[in-house]
Design a protein around this ligand. Sequence first.
Ligand code: IPE
Ligand code: IPE
Ligand code: MG
Length: 264
Amino acid sequence: MPMSLTSDPAVVAPATGHAPKSLPQHVAIVMDGNGRWAERRGKPRNYGHRMGASAVRATVEHCLRRGIPHLTLFAFSSENWARPAGEVSALMGLFLKALDREVGQLDQHGVRLDFIGDADAFSEPLRERMRHAVELTRQNTAIRVNVAVNYGGRWDLAAACRRLAERAVRGELDPASIDISAVAAEVALADQPEPDLFIRSGGDQRISNFLLWQLAYTELVFTETLWPDFGAADLEHAFSEYAARERRFGLTGEQVRRAAQGAP
Ligand code: IPE
Ligand code: IPE
Ligand code: MG
């Protein structure tokens, strides 16, 4: 399968942070529906996962084109280990192959790749590939793509609490000083803005233990499109939906509108 990133001359890597304000600066996606996509075609679920890889490519490509500086993709949850062993090992194999195949091209297009989740559960060859991808792309600035693998929002929060407690035990941190910003600095993606827009494909309207802390004020958009069919049109639809929302962050609509007009 050709890598569409390189074949499309329209893809010009913009500098991080250049997306217009009406566009989300950080998009977080639950890539759901691969299994059902395959089952509807009378194929094994793993075929759906293979086809889902093209939708990842199309999504990264379109976000690059639109100048979205941060993209976080939920690829494998901490609960997905409980799936049949054949499906789990196929997913791991696909992940490994995708890393080998795509990382060079992603690098050429200025993509900085990161992973969130508990990597301890992965095989050493996979961990090595992940480290290599992160190292290779560390200086890139066109877009940050965070892939959530063996990630769970509850794991993320528990790990953050554990690190804070360890620092308190060592006497480096006063427990009384643990506040929202202290926790925010410990959870995954702490060095990136919180997601503005959450998209879930596949028709289900739930978070499924994705970024529980980070999604506190994220706009949620759900689409019936199954992940292997997801592409630029679905993203544009979600961006329009996002642009039409009024984000109030607990304020009144009037307060928000006055602030937008520069009123005190
Ligand atoms: C998302 O598709 C991919 C993973 C969770 C790994 P699913 O495999 O969950 O597909 P459905 O939801 O069963 O259709
Ligand atoms: C969420 O999808 C996780 C990923 C897309 C990686 P699931 O298919 O695991 O979610 P549930 O089981 O429908 O909630
Ligand atoms: Mg699913």
